[in-house]
Write a protein of this length. Structure first.
Length: 326
C-alpha cells in the first residue's frame, strides 16, 4: 500500500523557515545581552576636596582651595548636611553631625555637589569635614608612630611578581655602611608617594607598587623581625630625590629661583623656591660633608644656622636636596 505524502506549499515552507530564523536571532540577542556587562552608572555628584579658605554664611557658600591649588566656590543650601569625620577613618558610622558654624578656616572638606545647568557646581548635598585641630592631633600621633616604628632607606631591588621590596638602610657613618632589609609583601600594605615638587610627608598621595623605582628614598612603617632583616610593613612612602652639590650662578628673588651649576655634571640647573622650602646656611666644615637625605630621613643633617633667600650669594657652594628640579 502506497501512502501519498501531503503536498506542502512553498509559502508554508518559507513561513516556517522565517519563524525559525527569527527565534534564533532573538535567542542570540538575549545571550549577548546576558554576557555583556552593564555599563557602570555615572555618579550624579561631583566631589570637591580641599582646604577651607573662607566661609560666607550669609551668601551660603564656602571657598575651598583644592589639592591642585585651584580655588572653588561650593554653594550651600538649607538641606546641606555637615559631618565631622575623624582623620584616617573611612566608615561613615564614625562621623558626627555638626553645623556650618562648627567649620573653620584651615579645615579640610569633601563636598558632594550636583553639576548646575550653567556648568558650575550646584548646592552641596553634604560636607564631610576633617577639622584643623583633628588633623594636627592625627599628624602628631602619626609622626610619633613613624618615629617609633619607622625605617628609612633606599630601594635596592624590586620583585614585581611577589611585590617584594629590598632596601638598603644606613648602618654606619659612610654611604657604604648599609644593611639589607626585606619588606615582606601583604595585601593590606598601603603605598604612598611624595607629590611632585613637594617633600612634605603630609602631601604624599596614594600610589602603587608599580610606581616605585630602584634608587627611590623610602620610609616604611611596620614591625621588624628579631634580627631586623625583614619588616612586616603596614605603609610605605616613596619618592625620587636628587641631592646636588652646586655653585650659585644667579638669584632671582622675584621669581623665587636660583640659577646654579651642578658640580657633578657641570651643567646649569634652575632651582625653584616655594613657601615650604627651608633654606639653611652650612657652616664651612659642614659644606665639605655629603649631601643630606630627604626631609623625614632619620639620618638627615640639619644645619642650625638659618638663612633667608637674601642670605644666598652668587658663587657660593650649596647642597640641594630636591624632589624635582626645573
Amino acid at each position: 500500500m502506497v501512502t501519498r505524502m501531503a503536498r506542502i506549499s512553498p509559502y508554508c515552507v518559507l513561513m516556517k523557515l522565517f519563524t525559525l530564523f527569527s527565534t534564533l536571532l532573538v535567542s542570540v540577542a538575549l545571550v549577548s545581552a546576558q554576557d555583556t556587562p552593564a555599563a557602570p552608572k555615572k555618579s550624579a555628584y561631583v566631589s570637591t576636596i580641599g582646604e577651607v579658605v573662607s566661609i560666607d554664611a550669609d551668601a551660603k557658600q564656602v571657598k575651598v582651595k583644592t589639592d591642585k591649588g585651584e580655588e572653588v566656590i561650593v554653594p550651600l543650601q538649607a538641606q546641606t548636611s555637615y559631618l565631622r569625620m575623624p582623620p584616617g577613618e573611612k566608615e561613615m558610622t564614625k562621623a558626627t553631625r555638626i553645623e556650618l558654624k562648627d567649620i573653620g578656616i584651615g579645615d579640610r572638606i569633601l563636598a558632594r555637589t550636583r553639576p548646575s545647568e550653567g556648568g558650575g557646581l550646584g548646592p552641596a548635598a553634604s560636607l564631610i569635614v576633617n577639622t584643623k585641630s583633628d588633623l594636627a592631633e592625627f599628624h602628631e600621633k602619626s609622626r610619633a608612630e613613624w618615629e617609633k616604628r619607622g625605617t628609612v632607606g633606599t630601594v635596592a631591588s624590586l620583585d614585581p611578581a611577589t611585590k617584594t621590596i629590598v632596601i638598603n638602610v644606613p648602618a654606619g657613618l659612610t654611604p657604604k655602611d648599609v644593611k639589607s632589609v626585606t619588606i615582606d609583601p601583604n595585601d593590606k600594605l598601603v603605598y604612598r608617594r611624595y607629590a611632585p615638587g613637594s617633600a612634605k610627608f603630609q602631601d604624599a598621595k596614594a600610589s602603587t607598587f608599580a610606581e616605585i623605582k630602584v634608587g627611590d628614598r623610602i620610609r616604611v612603617l611596620g614591625d621588624k623581625n628579631e634580627d631586623g632583616s625583614h619588616i612586616k610593613a603596614e605603609e610605605v612612602v616613596t619618592g625620587t630625590f636628587r641631592n646636588l652639590a652646586v655653585t650659585i650662578l644667579s638669584i632671582d628673588a622675584a621669581a623665587n629661583t636660583l640659577k646654579v651649576n651642578d658640580l657633578a655634571t657641570k651643567k646649569p640647573v634652575t632651582v625653584k623656591i616655594n613657601a615650604d622650602t627651608s633654606i639653611k646656611r652650612l657652616p664651612p666644615m659642614m659644606s665639605m660633608m655629603p649631601a643630606p637625605g630627604p626631609p623625614g630621613s632619620s639620618r638627615s643633617t640639619r644645619p642650625r644656622l638659618a638663612a633667608s633667600m637674601a642670605g644666598a650669594r652668587a658663587s657660593r657652594r650649596v647642597i640641594v636636596p630636591s624632589s624635582g628640579l626645573a
